[in-house]
Design a protein around this ligand. Structure first.
Ligand code: FAD
Length: 274
């Protein structure tokens, strides 16, 4: 089995919490190297990530890793969060700029993920292993693909130890990106982020927002399946598993799954890889 990590979002109520517990109980058997917990922007949502990290570590015995974003507030607030994570035993952080929900004013003192990486290094030396995000199909707000690559390199130069990519459905985009990063002098592991296909309409919306391309042949097939949820699931799992196989054969060091707190879509891919 390939080495994997899993990503969850922090539940906000009892029902979501129970769902996460069920999902974690099932996916645990795949022995993830770590599980990460995303970070929302602003206000009360800030406390959900630390609480979920705590529960996953203490109640599920997993190496739970927090995401932290520039939207996490002032230096003082970020400093407090880092202290809390250190006290919980965390040795790894996923450091991001973050996205703001539309209509929300910018919060936080740092503008780019690079600044947050530098801040974590200043405050905690080498205590945390720092992962950053990168974009084989380019971040949607970047001036162009080369500028995006330079900004990625700057995050690594500021102290990141590894990177996880935005999801994609073109393995060649990943291979080319890794080649270009290596030529630009980036040597850290670049782990592909994998989005199992659960709900195609939702995936379309996400993909438009984050700039991930859904190849036409996949979209056309999905459209043809319409409401046949089983066919969508089976085809989605086949396509994603085939891509994962190619990625691993082509040298991807491990796979990071965006689970969306659901067990079945990720399991369907993993069972095909076994
Ligand atoms: P940055 O690296 O700061 O880049 C953002 C944009 O700014 C890019 O276009 C980049 O090219 C550009 N840029 C960078 N530096 C400069 C510079 N010096 N001058 C000009 N332009 C510059 N979002 C959340 O809110 N919470 C999460 O938990 C979360 N987890 C994620 C996990 C992964 C693995 C990934 C891939 C994404 C995640 N995101 C999350 C989404 C992420 O926050 C968004 O994609 C966000 O828009 C960019 O974040 P970043 O860390 O890549 O930002």
């Amino acid at each position: 089995m390939p080495r994997i990590s899993l990503e969850f979002y922090p539940p906000k109520d009892e029902e979501q919490r129970a769902q996460l517990d069920r999902t974690v109980a099932r996916l645990k058997s795949h022995a993830p190297a770590f599980v990460s917990v995303t970070f929302g922007a602003g206000g009360s949502t800030l406390s959900y990530t630390p609480e979920t990290v705590r529960r996953l570590r203490q109640e599920h015995g997993l190496d739970a890793v927090p995401h932290l974003s520039c939207m996490g507030g002032t230096r003082t607030e970020l400093r407090e969060l880092l202290k809390l994570y250190r006290a919980l035993g965390c040795r790894r952080i996923v450091a991001l700029r973050g996205d703001l929900p539309s209509g929300m004013a910018r919060t936080g003192e740092f503008r780019h993920a690079r600044d947050l990486v530098a801040f974590i290094r200043e405050e905690h030396g080498d205590h945390f292993r720092i992962e950053v995000a990168c974009y084989p199909e380019m971040h949607p707000q970047a001036e162009d693909a080369l500028a995006d690559l330079r900004h990625f390199r700057a995050k690594v130069e500021a102290g990141a130890d590894g990177a996880i990519t935005q999801y994609f459905f073109n393995a060649d985009a990943y291979f080319r990106f890794v080649d270009e990063a290596r030529r630009a002098g980036v040597t850290v592991p670049i782990v592909p982020g994998i989005m199992p296909i659960a709900n195609f309409a939702q995936l379309r919306r996400f993909s438009e927002a984050c700039g991930a391309e859904i190849p036409r042949w996949i979209a056309k097939r999905m459209q043809a399946y319409g409401d046949d949820a089983k066919a969508v699931r089976e085809f989605g799992a086949d396509v994603v598993a085939a891509m994962c196989r190619r990625l691993l054969e082509g040298g991807a060091p491990e796979l990071h799954f965006y689970t969306l707190n659901l067990a079945r879509p990720t399991e369907a891919v993993l069972s095909r890889l076994a």
